[in-house]
Design a protein around this ligand. Structure first.
Ligand SMILES: Nc1ncnc2c1ncn2[C@@H]1O[C@H](COP(=O)(O)OP(=O)(O)OP(=O)(O)O)[C@@H](O)[C@H]1O
Length: 581
């Protein structure tokens, strides 16, 4: 366990200090009990000799003062340790998660991650601090008492050793049962959490289907959790009673032995009293261990779950990664890719080249592989065959940090944080000046949105940016990409209907993105106006590139692109009209 804790917190100075202080307190308590023997010896006699007891009482008082000082030092260390350890571990987990493939983020994994980062980390740090002390006290104190008892009477000391061995065996059994119950309960709790995430994400669909209050899967998960909890409690009862029986039986045996030793004259009255007190101080902390065992097993399981999260394989990084790129050229050559767990390839033998200073439009029917192309440029997944190069370097050879710095992604569904417009932009460049902010807002046509908002730049955008329309959120994301000065910008244009003002603004914003001669813009285009601003079009179908060239050339050849353009144009002129007489 100590080794595991050390692996989680490679620099556990706070924890080590706290535990050392607790260990010192436990040993001190045990040693102070040894003073009982000479004190009782001096006072429990026909003519009590207080003078003989006084030096021992003074030593006892000094020990008590030292104990108090240790307690005063340990308390603030404990408070500070729990918070600091949790924060350390959360940072480590978040860093690790940011390097995982996007394919890992299923509902179940998201639930596990949420529980890991919140409950498991918080509880593990709290338990490491709060039960570390009592566990040390409950083991070191009885051990010190046994050592002291050997100095008084070896027979009683041997009996205490036997009790400790039997208690240890009973404790191991209780621990195994507690561990299984905790694992089962956590499995059931993760099941409930994944269903809850699903319930939140699928609300629009569930409401449409009349299941807004939960699906049968959600109800089954809740029932499973309740059953598991009840079953766990029932199973944990029996070893608890067994252990308590061992401790009680131990106490009876101690009493019998003390009486027998005294009646046979092997120990005097004072020694017999001292032995009884020692045995009581031995059994009491030992008895507390059963209460700690559940928490100790829970701590072990929490550590295992955190370790599993930390062990989730990340995208491999070369030992000597390339730490910079010259240009923002993006190139695919003969790329094959199938999603993890997917049955058929999403991309087959895809080759394309996007030069800096140009805007490339990716077009194609739904499922043709457009989004996959952009994901592979940002290395959300590793490809199966071929090469994806950025600035002439294979993305797998690049330092992941460089790729993150050079690329900005404007998703269809832009996620904004529940913060002001200003802070949502500053995420890309915290030190940006107001001139820079205003400049990118104008280029992304966000300035007109900000003017309309009640508190301008300081307006909060609401949970996930709910106060803004989809088109306005995309303008924020485009401004963010400009502010980040990303040389490669990947845009997944909103496919849902936009009002004419938003549509014109986004087309203008995308075109402004492409004005930078050092920037490569790749747009998954859904609108004729965007297609018209593209320098280059790559048309995909079934995961293959079916044609590529300038929009004018592709319109002339009359292939897939010409067909899609006609469809786009036609749908643009659709109107909902009343057919009522
Ligand atoms: N995370 C995923 N796991 C497994 N398969 C996926 C995943 N994402 C996409 N696919 C599959 O890969 C193929 C290409 O999908 P992709 O999203 O790239 O198409 P698209 O052209 O962007 O479609 P759309 O225009 O509808 O967004 C599709 O067959 C899709 O089902």
């Amino acid at each position: 366990m100590i080794r595991r804790l050390y692996r989680l917190w490679p620099n556990p100075r706070l924890l080590a200090r706290l535990w050392l202080l607790t260990a010192a307190q436990a040993v001190l308590q045990g040693l102070m009990l040894a003073l009982l023997v000479p004190v009782l010896d001096a006072v429990v006699r026909p003519e009590p000799d207080l003078a003989a007891a006084t030096p021992w009482l003074v030593v006892g008082a000094c020990g008590a003062a030292m104990y108090a000082v240790l307690s005063i030092i340990a308390t603030p260390v404990g408070f500070a340790a729990a918070g600091a350890l949790a924060a350390q571990l959360r940072r480590r987990l978040m860093r690790h998660v940011s390097t995982l493939t996007l394919g890992w983020f299923t509902a179940e994994h998201k639930a596990r991650l949420a529980r890991g980062v919140t409950a498991d980390v918080g509880n593990a740090a709290h338990l490491a601090v709060t039960i570390g002390g009592p566990v040390i006290t409950s083991t070191l104190l009885p051990a010190t008492v046994v050592a002291v008892t050997f100095a008084v009477d070896w027979r009683m000391a041997l009996l205490l050793c036997v009790i400790a061995l039997v208690a240890y065996a009973a404790l191991r059994r209780a621990a195994r049962i507690a561990e299984i119950a905790e694992i089962e309960l956590e499995r059931a709790a993760t099941g409930v959490a994944s269903r809850a995430i699903e319930l939140g994400q699928a609300q629009p669909v569930l409401r449409a289907a009349g299941h807004a209050d939960g699906t049968p899967r959600m109800r089954a998960a809740l029932e499973d959790h309740r059953e598991t909890y009840r079953d766990g409690m029932r199973r944990a009862r029996q070893p608890f009673f067994v252990y308590t029986g061992v401790i009680m039986g131990g106490f009876v045996a101690v009493l019998a032995l003390a009486a027998q030793l005294m009646l046979t004259g092997r120990v005097g009255v004072a020694e017999a009293i001292a032995l009884l007190v020692l045995a009581a101080r031995f059994l009491e902390p030992l008895g507390n261990l059963i209460d700690l065992i559940g928490a100790l097993r829970a701590l072990r399981n929490q550590i295992v779950r955190i370790e599993e999260l930390l062990a989730t394989p990340t995208l491999p990084v070369p030992a000597e990664p390339v730490r910079g790129i010259e240009t923002a050229e993006v190139e695919f050559s003969h790329v094959d890719f199938t999603y993890p767990g997917g049955d058929s390839p999403a991309l087959r033998d895809v080759s394309l080249r996007c030069r800096p200073g140009t805007t490339t439009a990716l077009v194609g029917p739904s499922g043709s592989g457009k989004t996959t192309v952009t994901r592979l440029i940002a290395r959300f997944f590793d490809i199966d065959a071929g090469q994806v190069r950025v600035g002439g370097t294979e993305v797998r050879e690049l330092d992941p940090g460089v790729l993150l710095d050079e690329i900005a992604i404007v998703f269809q569904d832009v996620y904004l944080f529940d913060d002001t417009i200003e802070n949502n932009l500053r995420l890309a460049h915290p030190e940006a000046t107001w001139d820079e902010l205003r400049e990118v807002a104008a280029a992304a046509r966000l300035d007109e949105v900000i003017e309309r908002l009640p508190e301008g730049w300081h307006t909060r955008v609401g949970e996930a940016g709910a106060q803004l329309s989809g088109g306005e959120r995309q303008r924020v994301a485009i401004a963010r990409a400009m502010l980040k000065r990303a040389r490669i910008v990947l845009v997944d244009e909103a496919s849902s209907a936009l009002d004419p003002e938003n549509e014109a603004a986004i087309t203008q914003a995308i075109s402004n993105l492409g004005d930078d001669p050092a920037r490569t813009v790749i747009v998954i285009a859904h609108r004729p106006a965007t297609l018209a601003t593209a320098d280059h079009v790559v048309s995909l179908d079934g995961g293959r590139v079916v044609e590529a060239g300038t929009p004018a050339k592709l319109l002339r050849t009359g292939g897939t692109f010409a067909r899609l353009s006609r469809q786009y144009e036609r749908s643009r002129h659709w109107r909902i009209v009343s057919t009522a007489p």
